[in-house]
Design a protein around this ligand. Structure first.
Ligand code: SF4
Length: 343
């Protein structure tokens, strides 16, 4: 598409954008089209809820480098939080606002199309594979909302879907039009072998919004706290406990998380560190100085310390403003108490 919004119709210069997640389906779509001679630019979207949220992009980027495909990383940030908080088209089975999410991605892709003079979009979506966003009606709705109607070519299900601009213009070879549908993966795995694709490390489930436990923590965050990118990052580490409307405790699960929580505590959190035994670091937000609440936090920390069954545990409470004090957990929290407060 050029800057006037018109498709580039010179066959020798046809360029397309492929929305590339790193999953098997988008990898097959990319390989099919690349091998048919269309000039490609891959777009990899990184949301605050990607599981592999590395600063240099996820494993998808490694794959693109290996495939020698030009690519562009697009980071979704605050505007993405807005759609997660209040999606126009609602949530899937967890906190995944898939329709709004796809609309946002296609809108961003359309802007890139205009920038680089691409004529159409390609995705690895398979008809019927996902209940919320990969049905025929939803494909149409998403394209309409994003104003890319007729421009999205989905090679894996192309024979089952209405013709798109790329097919009408004859830019594609027949062998890139497939008829896959549903959730069965075996045809894709077979095709991957035929196309020489052996490594697809981030196949699906790369989005934390589809995770039931993460969604529970996210709902709790939206209800009780500021919904910011920093707070979302915190949801990815530790065990989370909601002790009252204001007070939340996060307990580290390993050394890496403990070190991270110690760093975070420098900013605005109180933290708890076991004194003479091995155990987790915990951070708390919303403490108000009440002794009972300090004791409750300490008893939860004690529950995860290496201790003899009956031993009391001393835990240091550090506060960046008020300094430190040592509190003794007479009795570590019971399983019942843990379950009562766990988010
Ligand atoms: S699973 Fe996550 S990344 Fe994928 S469409 Fe849904 S919300 Fe977006």
């Amino acid at each position: 598409m050029n800057n006037n919004g018109k498709a580039n119709t010179d066959k020798h210069k046809v360029k397309a954008l492929v929305l590339f997640s790193g999953g098997l389906d988008s990898l097959i779509a990319l390989k099919l089209i690349k091998d048919s001679g269309i000039e490609l630019l891959a777009l990899n979207f990184v949301s605050p809820f990607c599981r592999c949220n590395r600063s240099d992009g996820c494993s998808a980027v490694m794959q693109l480098k290996n495939l020698d495909v030009e690519f562009k990383l697009i980071r979704l940030a605050e505007e993405y939080l807005e759609i997660v908080k209040k999606p126009k088209f609602g949530y899937g089975s967890n906190m995944n606002p898939c329709i709004d999410c796809r609309v946002l991605m296609f809108k961003k892709a359309k802007a890139v199309m205009q920038e680089v003079g691409a004529s159409f979009l390609i995705t690895g979506e398979v008809l019927g594979q996902r209940p919320m966003s990969q049905q025929k009606r939803q494909f149409g709705l998403i394209e309409k909302e994003a104003e890319v109607e007729g421009l999205v070519f989905r090679p894996l299900s192309a024979k089952l879907l209405p013709q798109t601009l790329a097919e009408k213009e004859g830019w594609l070879k027949d062998n890139v039009l497939l008829n896959l549908s549903g959730r069965i993966r075996s045809p894709q795995i077979k095709m991957a072998k035929e196309l020489g694709v052996n490594d697809y490390p981030c196949p699906s489930g790369g989005c934390l919004l589809t995770d039931i436990g993460f969604s529970r923590r996210l709902r709790d965050l939206i209800k009780h706290s500021r919904f910011t990118l920093d707070e979302v990052e915190l949801l990815k580490i530790g065990r989370h406990f909601r002790l009252n409307d204001k007070l939340k405790l996060i307990v580290g699960r390993d050394e890496k998380e403990n070190n991270r929580l110690l760093d975070i505590a420098q900013k605005r959190y109180a933290c708890f560190i076991p004194c003479d035994v091995k155990g987790p670091v915990a951070i708390a937000s919303g403490l108000n100085g009440e002794v009972e609440l300090d004791q409750l936090c300490v008893s939860i920390v004690a529950r995860y310390c290496d201790r003899n069954k009956e031993a009391k545990v001393k835990v240091e409470k550090r506060n960046i403003v008020k300094g430190g004090s040592v509190i003794t957990a007479e009795v570590p929290a019971s399983e019942e108490l843990i379950e009562k407060f766990r988010i």
